[in-house]
Design a protein around this ligand. Structure first.
Ligand code: GDP
Ligand code: MG
Length: 170
């Protein structure tokens, strides 16, 4: 087959859930305790290997605020994959994640690979969203589910690798 391909990936989810931090961890191996909030959207590119194929992920990190919502379709249109992020310490962020899933189901590319990421799993003592509830929701809606921490790096590479592995063009 082909030895390299590009795939557009979008991160969606409430402001403050850690979208930019997940990207920063994945792309640069860094974490910032005071991560600047994203204005509009930011673009990153990172290649990874899946078997003998190099997958170049073209990553759009969106802002998440309601006032930027009308811009979201620009980022998820044509996307091969999406990571919908919530914060395990915030029920509201989980509810917001479900709204994004619904929007993608309605308006996104039907073959889009979707991951639900429950971020900030290092804050176990402040947990509000049970992993079992999120996993059940993800299964019912055809997403794969992982809990992550951009801070400690738990499952960060894994979620991006799993996305790449599942791309339909591979
Ligand atoms: P975004 O608005 O979704 O892009 O969220 P940011 O990446 O800007 O992160 C919001 C805040 O949460 C920042 O202060 C980050 O340092 C913090 N943060 C992000 N990921 C984690 C994590 O996994 N664990 C903890 N404890 N804090 C995190
Ligand atoms: Mg951000």
């Amino acid at each position: 087959g082909r030895s390299s391909l590009g795939a557009k990936l979008v991160l969606l989810g409430d402001m403050g859930t850690g979208k930019s931090s997940l990207v920063l961890r994945f792309v640069k191996g860094q974490f910032h305790e005071f991560q600047e909030s994203t204005v509009g959207a930011a673009f990153f590119s990172q290649s990874l290997a899946v078997n003998d194929v190099t997958v170049k992920l073209e990553i759009w990190d969106t802002a998440g605020q309601e006032r930027y919502h009308s811009l979201a379709p620009m980022y998820y249109r044509g996307a091969a994959a999406a990571i919908i992020v919530y914060d395990i310490t915030s029920i509201e962020s989980f509810e917001r994640a479900k709204k994004w899933v619904q929007e993608l189901q309605k308006r996104g590319n039907p073959s889009m690979v979707k991951a639900l990421a429950g971020n900030k799993v290092d804050l176990e003592d402040k947990r509000k969203v049970m992993a079992e509830d999120a996993r059940a929701y993800a299964e019912e809606n055809g997403l794969f589910f992982m809990e992550t921490s951009a801070k400690t790096a738990v499952n960060v590479n894994k979620v991006f690798n799993e996305i790449a592995r599942r791309l339909p063009m591979l």
